[in-house]
Design a protein around this ligand. Sequence first.
Ligand code: NDP
Length: 398
Amino acid sequence: MAKVLIIGAGGVGTVVAHKCAQNPEVFTEIVIASRTKSKCDAVAKAIGKPNITTDSVDADSVPQLVELFRRHKPELVINVALPYQDLTIMDACLECGVNYLDTANYEPKDEAHFEYSWQWAYKERFEQAGLTAILGCGFDPGVSGVFTAYAAKHWFKAMETLDIVDCNAGNHGKAFATNFNPEINIREITQNGRYYQDGKWITTGPLEIHKTLTYPNIGGRDSYLLYHEELESLVKNYPTIKRARFWMTFGQEYLTHLRVIQNIGMARIDEVDYNGTKIVPLQFLKAVLPDPQDLGKNYHGETSIGCRISGIDKDGKPLNYYIYNNCSHEEAFKETGMQAVSYTTGVPAMIGAMMFLKGLWRKPGVYNVEEFDPDPFMEQLPVQGLPWHEIIGGDLEV
Ligand code: NDP
């Protein structure tokens, strides 16, 4: 059907490439390009299909991206590099007439701050160019938005509270490691928490609010309130929501390491002078921490991510609704060589690309996933390795 270009060959890029290759009737040609070409070559070799080629690019450079796009002429770019590259890749898409999909919203390198305004500002230009940009199509953001859209379409007249709950009950056997890019991960967790209540955003201290939540097949886990990007688009697209929050589980060992990292200044994102060389401590830390891509081998246990929603059902009665997916680290590794955090991000990115290429999620402009029909995406989730389940009328605990 079409040629796709995957930018980024990390944990998520590897899963996207595997899953695209498993659906050759949709993804007839696949190009993987990243800063380090050898990583793309290793992914292509592991998959071992003739329709995959590789290339190198510095995605911070629009001219390099434009050259890459002109060389390969893809119909869609799947951006699974880092959030810093979102805008340069969107600029190159506009210049070359290429459609766009990503899994994380733009963040400037020098400020740990993320919001959609930078990317939403491209809406008119994408509309005028007749191009589609699909934002935040991993698991959270991504499936969390599709789950919410599905609940709104099939269950609720008015959703009133939304709690997105993200549990990783896996164990990789390392003293400290992050499950995706350490720099992005530590920036996300160490900033203030934030949630939406009655039309206002309420700021909390970092990891200040926490409670035990029970996850299916896992049990009770301490869960911490964080700010997460999909809250911004979901409260805008579903104005009946009065309260929206995001929770993530962390173990005590992880939090102790994180506290030490912060206390000794290794989470700093400003430049410091080290023997005449400028270094950013958090980037240096990334270089010495375990690579998230290498965690898969000894990872046991599973993730459980879902949406707990309360409100008024289609018949006007109160409804509690919980929709979730559990994903096994071992199964993810057997299939793609990556752990479940990369798997649960890469599979939805591939499905979003499939939705676009099949013409089901195609409309000129810049959109978050909940603005498309959730049904064909929900149909694909179990087919592609991410089955989902619903609990109706249970205790939401939130
Ligand atoms: P990794 O760090 O494992 O991989 C990032 C890849 O991008 C690497 O191959 C890296 O190349 C490449 N890259 C970085 N900078 C550039 C550049 N300037 N030009 C070209 N390539 C570049 O990260 P992950 O795979 O774990 O995460 C990928 C994305 O997925 C991130 O944006 C992350 O925020 C997002 N994510 C989204 C989730 C969701 O549910 N929505 C969950 C988890 C992650 P090199 O190897 O040379 O460094």
